[in-house]
Write a new protein. Sequence first.
Length: 301
Amino acid sequence: MDNRAQVREFLASRRARITPSQAGLPAYGGNRRVKGLRREEVALLAGVSIDYYIRMERGDLAGASEPVLDGVADALQLDEAEREHLQALARSARPAAPRRARTSPATVRPVIQQVLDAITEAPAWVRNARHDILAVNPLARALYSPVLDSAVAGPTAKRPANTTRFMYLDPAAREFFVDYDRMAADAAAMLRLKAGRDPHDKALITLVGELSTQSELFRQHWASQNVKFHRSGRKRLRHPAVGQLDLNFEAMELPSEPALRLNIYTADPGTPTADGLKLLASWAATGNTDNAGTRDARHVR
């Protein structure tokens, strides 16, 4: 992906969302010709010259120091994910930056599958930064059966199942994800964060191209330049066998595989969702998931 274009579009989009009053600046007159802050206002707030900031916003971060990047981040009121994204774009722009893609793994080691299988009371699965599902335990296999069985997004001989492909290209996603609009936006924002870190990942470029070609909604979300971490929170799913589940999730980096994330879903005790997970576990244990066409975890890879 074009680093200069990513820098240019990201900085311009962040500048456009901040009003002078939000930045603590006086707004002279009511006929401003730009949305948000002017470049010279960002430069003033960041403590750099106007020419230098203009060069940055044109896509040149190659010589930007850490203090300068921090100053721009403060001026644009970037959150943690946005700051990391800006730092990643700057690293990629530097002449000494490696040009080889740090490709996210497409498989997991057998011991990771053993860890998943040892988790028996909660859905647990492993994904890479492209949102490929690489391994699941039996309960996660049952929970994510709509994704794994999807003709559009499910696993094939050439690629694993992918939750974002399901999100944007399979109409069933709107039924499965209760908070579809928010989750679709979040999925694109997480891929944008990955693109900043690894702009030469060919599989990511292919995925973004596929989604951009086939989904107007993805094009809109991708163009927003938003970035987001996916660490913990609530996820509401509408499962075809057990109904709605309001789940807590934790997404944890695997120290031995930093490019992979272990996702674990739990339910608050004594809730309908806790009962639903028990029912789902029973459904999975009887083998109904196999009847429904959900693949064994070892075949997801």
